[in-house]
Design a protein around this ligand. Structure first.
Ligand code: MG
Length: 293
């Protein structure tokens, strides 16, 4: 089509026809838009009532439900390794000594070997940071045992406990199916990761967490905790609500612990097949950051 210097069609008849078609489409589009707006504007009570309240996803499944679908696998092409702590970070482990830590129950157990931390094989013997944190940015690196041994929850099981009570599950989840809310990166017993982004046993992997601490007002939960979790550079939780303390037993969701800060905990799951190594662990508290927005 030839255009005049004003950019209009030189074919007047066709131009007029085009305008009519455009107007007709515009009227039809407006009618459709009005219909949609009318539908949205109708009070929900006046529309067909849902048969039942839609339960949040986390309520549809019992904790550790073997029937819950597994997230898809997304093989990472790398990991965030060797990330130096920013100047305002609290360094919990830089390869030199366990001075920033204490054990929860059994004496000893965790050791430093060649610049990495290894659990000693005492069941559920958490290593706890002496420092307490609320809202924070956490970085750490971990390595699953190689060659892989055991299966399900007994292959490289560890975990990172935010505030000492909310577990981000660590597990060798390469070709190792288990219940969905117990796979690598799950908020244990509550929310599976969006994808299983596991690296091979023996390879270092990275875990980065942005955590919003809970707020309590007496018996009331003023604001639940939330976690954004990035595993091996891949987002696996996006501002995911945490529904209560995580537990090794399928218990009802709820907050037994009503603190607003706590330690970082690392899980010793208790067997030789669960000896997950850790390195480069640091935390930036973010609750007190000056808000300049
Ligand atoms: Mg665990």
């Amino acid at each position: 089509m030839r255009l005049s210097r004003h950019g209009e069609s030189a074919a007047g008849g066709a131009d007029e026809q085009g305008r009519r078609i455009a107007a007709r489409h515009a009227r039809a589009g407006m009618a459709a838009l009005v219909a949609v707006l009318a539908m949205v504007a109708v009070p929900s009570s006046a529309r067909s009532a849902p048969s039942a309240a839609v339960a949040p996803a986390q309520r549809r499944w019992a904790p550790n439900d073997p029937g819950r679908p597994l997230p898809p696998t997304l093989e990472p092409r790398g990991a965030v390794l060797g990330l130096a702590p920013p100047p305002d970070a609290t360094v919990l482990f830089d390869g030199h000594g366990l001075g920033a830590w204490e054990v929860a129950s059994n004496a000893g157990g965790w050791t430093e070997q060649d610049g990495v931390m290894i659990p000693g094989g005492f069941r559920f013997n958490k290593l706890l940071s002496k420092a307490r944190f609320g809202s924070m940015q956490l970085h750490l690196e971990f390595r699953e045992p190689s060659p892989a041994a055991g299966s399900g929850q007994h292959r490289g099981n560890s975990g990172v406990f935010l505030m000492g009570v909310y577990e981000i599950q660590l597990l060798d989840s390469v070709d190792n199916p288990t219940y969905a809310d117990g796979t690598l990166g799950a908020i244990y017993g509550q929310t599976p990761p969006r994808v299983i982004a596991a690296r091979a046993p023996g390879e270092w992997q990275s875990l980065d967490v942005i955590f919003d601490a809970p707020r309590f007002a007496g018996a009331r939960v003023q604001s639940p905790p939330y976690a954004t979790v990035i595993l091996n550079g891949i987002v696996i939780h996006d501002h995911q609500e945490i529904y209560g303390d995580t537990s090794s037993r399928p218990t009802p969701l709820g907050f037994a612990t009503r603190l607003e800060e706590g330690p970082i905990g690392l899980q010793d799951h208790g067997t030789a097949t669960d000896r997950v190594a850790f390195r480069n662990i640091w935390v930036r508290p973010i609750g007190a950051t000056l808000d300049v927005r």
